[in-house]
Ligand binder design. Structure first.
Ligand code: MSP
Length: 507
């Protein structure tokens, strides 16, 4: 496995404020990036904003401000959102930055040089909301398949010879079965490509808010060509740099299912045309509904992630989004389900375990990591946690199956709670204090493992748990989950504090 890992979020349109969808992709990428760092990789984690195109230009016009001003304001909101969500991105790119514009133009020139761009005339349907071209046959009752309105466009346009890449793309998918995930989405992409690819219009002349086409400034680049190149320009493309050498091809572009086609068809074709390697994997996640309803501005049910965090707590939201639905599926956001997860998984299972164990140690073991002489059942619990850790790693790094990984972590806590009940350490205090110490040691060590496994998902709470177990900050890597790094008896522990409060409805 290679040492470097490059992961990206989509870059977010600045026509509007951030919503739950943006938070979801960003958190999923963050979990992945954090896990890879804990697993010892050198990680580059990129996010940013997609600032050009007709949609942004129109939104700005409606607000009577310049597109640049709208972009500046909203890009800031996205940057703030990432901070609020504790996202650990190493870079944030804006497509209006000079480094990006230069790089995107250089990429265009590379496509011209290789002979894959020609001038023609586009006449057909375009959806500003989706920033996408549609064929007549794709329309449903006069609208885009996404439900977005379309308009008829006729204008001179540069085209990319996408049709020349049909066979190469199919061969590429065949040879790289893990390129598109999940499996069902992969099949959709393959049948789309098998259905035949038409050349793609990659420039517009009827508005101005975009990157000028090199050598013909009456055109601006199609916003998706501009946007996709962000993954390269953030590494310093077209210049040779250690970043380019270390991190291209990207390991994982995380995207929503609605933008899979751009990433899994157009992007690898552009890269092949520019004689560059395609990314290694595109994961398309599903969409959230709100209490069973499609989320839309017109329905007024857009979920504000910042308000959610203020109400319920950051790690509660991070946990819920990653735990509730298998990554890749669609899912429903509901207040009841959120509270259910907070109370049953976090407060009752993991939180209760931590609270019981830490306060018993505090009261009965002189606030120090207890001594131990293991019995079979102790070893059994710890080896269960160890074996689960390996499974969890596989679920995350190979499959991005975050909900399964959290389920497996929860199973460790469930077992540990059963072990508490079976061993009743509170009774052992008088009867057999030595045994009580061993039981509490086993539980504390089990909590250390749980803490390490939770770090990528809910870093603040996991760190708080590890702090209470006296685990040094340099002792928090994934490979340390085993016995070689186990807690040392006698280590002084701080005063325990609750980590996952129960959610009580205010009456
Ligand atoms: N600018 C493009 C991406 C360019 S990448 C080179 C874009 N931006 S976006 O702001 O509209 O969308 C960002 C992400 O939010 C997409 O991955 C999209 O799937 C996701 N979501 C938007 N609504 C969503 C839900 N209701 N649920 C989950 N994710 C959703 O597309």
């Amino acid at each position: 496995m290679k040492d470097n890992f490059y992961i990206t979020t989509p870059i977010y349109y600045v026509n509007d404020k951030p919503h739950i969808g943006h938070a979801y992709t960003s958190i999923a990428c963050d979990v992945m990036a954090r896990f890879m760092r804990l697993d010892g990789r050198k990680v580059k984690f990129l996010s940013g904003t997609d600032e050009h195109g007709q949609k942004v230009e129109q939104s700005a016009k409606n607000l009577n401000i310049t597109p640049q001003k709208l972009a500046d304001e909203n890009s800031k909101h996205f940057r703030e959102l990432l901070k609020t969500l504790n996202i650990s991105n190493d870079d944030f790119i804006r497509t209006t930055e000079a480094r990006h514009k230069q790089g995107a133009q250089a990429f265009w020139k590379a496509l011209v040089k290789s002979g894959y761009i020609y001038l023609g005339k586009y006449s057909g349907w375009y959806s500003v909301r989706d920033e996408a071209y549609y064929q007549e046959s794709e329309l449903v009752e006069g609208k885009a398949p996404t439900g977005a309105p379309v308009e008829w466009v006729e204008e001179p346009s540069y085209f990319f010879k996408l049709s020349a890449f049909e066979d190469r793309l199919l061969q590429f998918y065949e040879e790289n079965p893990k390129f598109i995930a999940p499996e069902g989405r992969r099949n959709e992409v393959i049948s789309f490509v098998k259905g035949g690819l038409k050349d793609l219009s990659i420039s517009r002349t009827t508005f101005k808010w975009g990157i000028p086409v090199p050598g013909d400034e009456s055109h601006v680049m199609y916003v998706w060509l501009d946007a996709l190149t962000n993954y390269l320009t953030a590494l310093g493309y077209p210049f040779h740099s250690t970043n380019m050498a270390d991190f291209w091809p990207a390991d994982l572009h995380m995207v929503g299912k609605d933008i899979l086609r751009f990433h899994a068809v157009y992007w690898p074709a552009f890269l092949m045309a520019a004689d560059m390697e395609p990314p290694l994997r595109i994961f398309a996640h599903g969409w959230w509904t709100n209490e069973g309803q499609k989320i839309s501005k017109s329905l007024g049910n857009v979920i504000d992630p910042v308000a959610l965090v203020e109400n319920f707590g950051l790690d509660q939201i991070r946990y819920f989004l990653m735990r509730e639905i298998p990554f890749g599926n669609d899912g429903d956001f509901s207040r009841e389900k959120l509270i259910g997860r907070i109370n049953s998984d976090l407060a009752n299972n993991i939180g209760n375990l931590a609270q019981r164990v830490l306060s018993m140690i505090n009261k009965n073991c002189g606030a120090k990591v207890p001594q131990y002489k293991f019995e079979e059942s102790d070893k059994k619990l710890l080896s269960f946690a160890f074996v689960q850790a390996d499974k969890i790693r596989n679920e995350i790094i190979y499959d991005q199956h975050f909900s399964r990984a959290l389920e497996l972590i929860g199973q460790i806590a469930t077992r540990a709670n059963e072990y508490v009940d079976a061993n009743a350490p509170w009774k052992l205090k008088k009867e057999n204090p030595e045994r009580m110490e061993a039981v509490l040691y086993t539980l504390a060590e089990c909590l250390r493992r749980i803490g390490l496994l939770l770090l990528a998902f809910i870093p603040d709470s996991a760190n708080k748990l590890l702090d209470q177990l006296g685990v040094g900050s340099e002792q928090r890597l994934f490979h340390m989950v085993g016995a070689g790094h186990a807690l040392k008896p006698g280590t002084a522990l701080p005063e325990p504090q609750g980590i996952f409060p129960r959610w009580e409805e205010k009456v």
